[in-house]
Design a protein around this ligand. Structure first.
Ligand code: GUN
Length: 291
């Protein structure tokens, strides 16, 4: 069994990006600039955004953060998006989700210029990704593909089971795995799936992205399978100074001995998500997706 080290892989990719950025700067080009919009004080969102800013520094990017209280109106937030769309100094930006209930995430996402949508959440990018055209691909699924490929895990003709059908992870993940060049035979499972354990036992690769800690148990896993754990639920932990720790969707201790490869939580998919956002920002700065 080999543990997939997302932290080390992400560090390596950040250093590759930094090398490319310094070469751009040496040619007289501006550093890539990623902006983030954060509404309210959600703990998870604060952590994500802080990690994104840190990753920008490591990659040699400019980063900026626009913070707003949770009572900002939808109209005001759409105004912020319009300003960022028009700002020639900003290559790409993200609006951190979730947003407060009185703001439509759909409206805000659709207001982002697809050319600056480095999260890859805009329907235009989702559509282009689906038909295999150049697109900003959402960061978590892209990070998982990079991990699988960098570890040399065989995907051609393999059976992949994706657990979860969210717009951010499960659904785009299932599409990417089925694409030419990756060539998995993909099954997507969700809350209405019957015989989930039986379906999972067939899988060469399982991507667990449902947000239920410890959901994937040893009896659901074939010997020699590859397991990618996307779950990041905060569970109480009195031994941690924060009072909580992150727990994945996989019962790691029981499942790991059966696997060929397994990604841990933390230190697996999480760091790769952030590095994928950096890759998208570099692509935006280079105008590599939309000419
Ligand atoms: N909330 C949780 N994950 C993400 C992400 O990748 N991007 C944004 N914008 N919000 C998130």
């Amino acid at each position: 069994m080999q543990i997939i080290d997302g932290k080390a892989t992400a560090k390596q990719i950040r250093s590759e990006i930094a090398t490319e950025v310094e070469a751009m700067v040496a040619r007289g080009q501006r550093r890539p600039h990623l902006a983030a919009v954060l509404v309210g004080h959600d703990g998870g969102s604060e952590t994500y955004v802080a990690n994104k800013i840190k990753a920008c520094e490591e990659c040699g990017f400019i980063s900026s953060l626009k913070r707003f209280e949770a009572d900002i109106t939808e109209e005001e937030l759409l105004g912020v998006v319009a300003e960022l769309n028009a700002d020639p100094e900003v290559d790409g930006f993200i609006v951190q989700l979730p947003l407060p209930a009185h703001i439509s995430e759909e409206k805000v996402t659709e207001a982002i210029d697809p050319r600056k949508d480095v999260d890859g959440f805009h329907p235009q990018n989702v559509g282009r990704m689906t038909i295999g055209s150049p697109a900003f691909i959402s960061a978590t699924p892209q990070g998982i593909v990079d991990l699988i490929q960098r570890y040399g895990i065989e995907t051609k003709g393999k059976k992949a089971v994706v657990i979860g059908r969210s717009n951010i992870v499960g659904r785009p993940m299932s599409i990417l795995l089925s694409q030419k060049g990756i060539d998995c035979t993909v099954t997507i499972c969700h809350s209405r799936t019957q015989n989930m354990a039986e379906v999972c036992r067939e899988a060469d690769i399982i991507i667990a992205a449902i947000g239920k800690p410890g959901f994937v148990t040893a009896d659901m896993v074939k010997t020699g399978a590859t397991i990618i754990d996307v779950g990041t639920t905060r569970v109480p932990d009195s031994t941690s100074p924060r009072g909580w720790r992150l727990k994945g969707d996989v019962d790691f201790d029981a499942v790991a001995p059966k696997c060929a490869y397994i990604s841990p939580v933390p230190g697996g998919v999480g760091p790769m998500t952030i590095v994928s956002l950096m890759k998208n920002t570099l692509l935006a700065a280079k105008k590599a997706i939309y000419k």
